[in-house]
Design a protein around this ligand. Structure first.
Ligand code: NAD
Length: 297
């Protein structure tokens, strides 16, 4: 299977693009994403140290010769922890894996005068390999000194997308905050309605099963992470309120049994999607075929 071939690829290790690099320190490296990056760096021949929650009394010893520091701590603590990294070697690369970018990037630029880059892996710790995954990055300072890191991530199989921290955070309002929040509310609604979940499953078409999986998988993960993501920026709340308002307007349409208005809105949205509407129909047919195959297995 795909999974096996990727893991045997990992066992044999990855090419090391910067063998001269002094140790990499992952702050919060015992956490989910930190462990994943520790494994990837070690498989690529780098020396990795962890600075965990209880290690700050020996932080100087851990950090004094660091070649790169990677911050991977809970979102709500990130900026405060970055502020404690004022004594890094001048040429040390300072980076983070935080799901929001503006605040942490600003904090890194303020505390450290050497190379800075913000990373956002667009995946969780449950992936078998980085193949086909996306890592978004935001340039901070001295990009020439961390090109090897970007290339190293590509050697792991991921593709890179460069964006400004502000544009990233705006995009995440829709891609993360609103999406996770609507999944959260849908989950709350299901739990309150309390249908028999096995009966729901037996009545489900593959598309509904997939939708239920998308919602249900949220609740197998860390509540703190999603609370932090959803509440990370005031623009997230503003976006969610606009969605709520449109939900209300759509309900009014139902109350008025206004099918003409429904059809008019429908065609507006169809127009907005343009060629993507047809494209998504075809793409989702492929996904559903795959989902069907894997649930039968
Ligand atoms: P996690 O809770 O699994 O790990 C955080 C780690 O930080 C824990 O080991 C914790 O003990 C440690 N920590 C807490 N306080 C600390 C302190 N004062 N000093 C040092 N370490 C401390 O969280 P995670 O899911 O690994 O997330 C880490 C980062 O990765 C977050 O910024 C998150 O936005 C980002 N991220 C996570 C995912 C995901 O799906 N998990 C995806 C993309 C990005």
């Amino acid at each position: 299977t795909m999974r096996e071939s990727y893991s045997s690829e990992n066992d044999s290790g990855f090419k090391c693009l910067n063998p001269q690099l002094r140790p990499i320190v992952i702050v919060g490296g015992h956490g989910q994403l930190g462990q994943l990056f520790q494994r990837m760096f070690e498989l690529s021949g780098y020396q990795v140290r962890i600075l965990g929650r209880d290690d700050w009394h020996r932080a100087d010893e851990i950090l004094h010769d660091a070649g790169m520091v990677v911050v991977s701590v809970p979102i709500h603590m990130t900026e405060a922890i970055i502020a404690k990294l004022g004594q890094l070697p001048e040429d040390c690369i300072l980076t983070d894996l935080t799901s929001v970018k503006s605040g942490p990037l600003q904090a890194m630029l303020e505390v450290h005068s050497g190379p800075v880059v913000g990373l956002h892996p667009m995946f969780g710790p449950d992936i078998p390999s980085l193949a086909k995954q996306v890592v978004v990055y935001c340039d901070g300072r001295n990009p020439e000194s961390y090109q090897w890191l970007l290339e190293q991530i590509q050697i792991w199989g991921a593709s890179l997308n460069r964006i400004s921290a502000i544009e990233h955070d705006q995009g995440m309002t829709l891609i993360q905050a609103l999406r996770h929040f609507t999944s959260f509310v849908y989950g709350v609604h299901l739990a309150e309605e309390d249908p028999k979940i096995d009966q729901l499953m037996s009545l489900s078409s593959p598309i509904y099963r997939l939708e239920l999986a998308m919602v249900g998988r949220l609740f197998a993960q860390d509540a703190q992470l999603y609370a932090d993501i959803i509440m990370s920026a005031p623009q997230n709340l503003a976006m969610i309120k606009r969605f709520h308002q449109r939900f209300g307007e759509a309900i009014e349409m139902l109350e008025l049994q206004d099918k003409a208005a429904f059809k008019q809105a429908f065609s507006q949205v169809e127009h907005w999607f343009g060629d993507y509407a047809q494209h998504f129909l075809v793409e989702s047919q492929g996904l559903l075929r795959q989902a069907n195959d894997s649930t039968r297995r």
